[in-house]
Design a protein around this ligand. Structure first.
Ligand code: GUN
Length: 287
């Protein structure tokens, strides 16, 4: 018997339906939720992600502002745009698509965003609140993964979760979200010596490496009935692929996410949800 597919398209649709209703409510109160995105340079994958985010906003009635900046944009120029957006009352969420070209500093950039408009949950303020279990705005991919667990009523208390990622956008927020739900969380990374053994003892594996030449999660690395969440997406052997082969993993896992159609759609859906939260936050403060 094979495991159950965690279908990101279906769960994202469910989130979007809720967001659509929240947008209508906000509009009745005279608030027109708006997300501003900033894309610097000509990274094709980033351009596609931003386009998808705009399309999803349109689907649920969220307005957008689209800033496409030249690859040689300076830190000062980028800072000025962020400051203007921080002060623009018609904008509720600000997203700077990552990665940035090398002349730009990721921390200097994201920490400049007003915490109230920080729909990526990347500012030190929001990252700190998350560690204290008080965050309103949490990074989209991690909160999307949590939404997937909840959709399937997957209990996390006491479960051993192995995370294969330690980034500010994925691994660290997931660590705090899972810990807050009483899971035992082990964070693995490029210098971890015994990833295979770590994975073999995990009830849940969340993998986000994104380079199959460096890492593949294979069937022999998971225990029977483990849950596998594959956050990665990259091009491998002419097709889009995660860190694992879904068809192989699902033979042994109790639940697993496919790629594409797994975590990816959840990231976009949670961005919409965060934009609504940000719009509500700023309207409460203005009242
Ligand atoms: N690049 C890849 N994923 C993300 C994300 O969730 N937010 C931003 N800002 N950049 C990304």
């Amino acid at each position: 018997m094979t495991g159950i597919k965690i279908d990101g398209i279906e769960i994202a649709k469910n989130v979007k339906d809720r967001v659509r209703k929240a947008v209508d409510e906000l509009k009745k109160q005279g608030i027109n939720p708006c997300l501003a995105t900033i894309l610097v340079g000509d990274n094709q994958a980033s351009a596609t992600y931003v386009r998808n985010k705009h399309k999803a906003c349109e689907e649920v009635g969220i307005a957008t502002k689209d800033f496409k900046l030249a690859a040689n944009t300076t830190q000062l120029e980028l800072n000025k745009i962020i400051t203007d957006l921080n002060n623009d009352k018609s904008v509720h969420g600000i997203l700077v698509q990552l990665p940035l070209p090398s002349q730009l500093d990721e921390f200097a950039t994201t920490s400049r965003i007003s915490p109230l408009k920080d729909v990526d949950g990347l500012t030190p303020h929001n990252a700190g609140l998350l560690a204290m279990k008080k965050a309103a705005l949490v990074a989209c991919t991690p909160s999307g993964v949590m939404e997937m667990f909840d959709y399937h009523n997957i209990a996390l208390e006491g479960k051993t979760v192995v995370l294969i990622n330690r980034s500010n956008l994925v691994g660290k927020p997931l660590y705090h979200l899972l810990l807050a739900r009483d899971a035992t969380v082990i964070t693995c990374h490029s210098k971890t010596k015994n990833i295979k053994e770590m994975c073999q003892m995990a009830d849940i594996i969340i993998t986000a490496v994104g380079d199959r030449n460096k890492f593949t999660l294979t069937q022999d690395m998971i225990k029977k009935d483990a849950i596998v969440i594959d956050v990665a997406i990259s091009r491998y052997e002419e097709k889009l692929s995660g860190d694992s082969d879904y068809e192989q993993i699902i033979q042994k896992a109790s639940y697993a996410t496919p790629v594409p159609g797994g975590v990816g759609p959840m990231t976009v859906a949670m961005l919409l949800k965060n934009t609504i939260t940000a719009a509500s936050l700023s309207s409460q403060i203005e009242r």
